[in-house]
Every structure is written in C-alpha cells, then in structure tokens.
Design a binder for this molecule. Sequence first.
Ligand code: PGA
Length: 256
Amino acid sequence: MRKKLVVANWKMNNTQDEATRLVSSIVSQINGLTINNVEVVISPSYVYLKEIVELTKNDEHISVAAQNCSEHLKGAYTGEVSSQMLSSIGVKYLIVGHSERRTYQKESNSLLKQKVDVALSNNLIPIYCCGERLEERNAETHYSVVENQLNEGLFHLPMDAISKLVIAYEPVWAIGTGVTATAAQAQEMHQFIRSVISKKYNPTIANTISILYGGSCNAANASELFACKDVDGGLVGGVSLIANDFVKIVESAISN
Ligand code: PGA
C-alpha cells in the first residue's frame, strides 16, 4: 500500500513565535489522531528547521522537509545550504522544483536534476514538484510539459533511487489562487504521471511512488481530491499556516 503524505509548505512565512505556536498546535492535534498510513511533513524555512525537528521528533508520524538546498555538495557558496547540512540535523525530505523557485529563481529541470542527486546522496527524500502553467493547459500541452519535467529532472535515476522519491503535481494556475483542480483533473494527471513512470521503469515502481496534489488544497476540498485512486495526499501552502484547517486536511487523508 502506498504511503499517504500531507506536507505543510510554509514558504516564507512565520516569525519564530508563530512557527513554534503553529507546530506545537499541529503536533498536539496530530497526537490525538489514529494515524496508520499517513505521514505529516512540516516544511518551514531553514531558520526553524532544527527547532522543528526537535519539537516533532517524538511523533513517528511527523517528519520535516526543507524547501530547497544547494545543488553543490559543499564549499565556497556563500549563503547556500547543503543537503548534507539538512540531513545532519534530522531533516528527512526536500522539496525540489517548486514552481515558485522555477519561476522566481529560474530553476531549470537540469538544475533540479542536480538537486535531486545531491539530496539522494545525502539520504534526503526529494519531493519533486511538477505542473503546468495556465497557458500550457489552455494550449493542451499540460501532459507534455509535465512529462518533460519528469524526464529531465528525474528519469536519469536508476530504479532503486526513483522508487524512493515522492512526486507532487501542482498545476501552477491552482497555487495560491483559490482555484483548485477538479478531482477529475487531478486524477487524470496523476494517472498520467504513473503511466509515464511505468513506461520508463515498470508498473511496480509506478505503483510504489506516492504522488501528491498541490494547489489551493483546503479542508473543504481535500477529501474529494484524496479519494482519487492515484492521489496519495497533498502539498499544502496557504492553509498549512492555520493549524486547525491543516489538521482537517490530515484527517481527510486518514479517512480516504
Ligand atoms: P497553496 O500552495 O496551497 O497555497 O495553493 C501550494 C504549494 O505551493 O505548495
């Protein structure tokens, strides 16, 4: 059975006090739930990672992700953070290729490929983001755009490495806009992603990889999205800053 993940992508939000309060509220509410096959992942800014690893370390259902890392292993890269540093403080996952970084930092698939490699070489699990822009969906190139993102960023990996990964499908037009992909749109793209992996590798690997949906996921729509056969949880931005609503999304993952 594939693992379900619900990832809180805090992006560049929260002061120290807000971060501590938010994570404490999430941890105490999650502690009261019966969680079997769901992992909750908190992804704060670098500044709070170490503290949040500490605050969540006693809960086996909660892990921590970084939002980015350098493509280099180490060395003279002022201002950068390496995957080895993240791993050494207990970070488990790494978000790679979020559309905001693809857009604002001009991160290309070939750069993301390097980040995937340094992450895996330091035992971080990449959560590789893909997704089309509105104009690409309108031009009906969304399938080829996503396939290309997978091809260039991930498909150099050997079988044992690709099967460790998590993929997040995040249509750019749904991120932070309040417009969610319909369950049917999410399901058809998730199924497509699985079929592309199956062709490149094999059906067993395709069935092992968790594929998350992201883009205006909230307490009201999560259940319908997570009920889709190929949707294995969510990557949640805005709503992950509200503890009660985020926990409702986790509950939807548990019950689906
Ligand atoms: P959103 O962000 O939930 O605010 O749309 C999702 C994401 O960017 O990961």
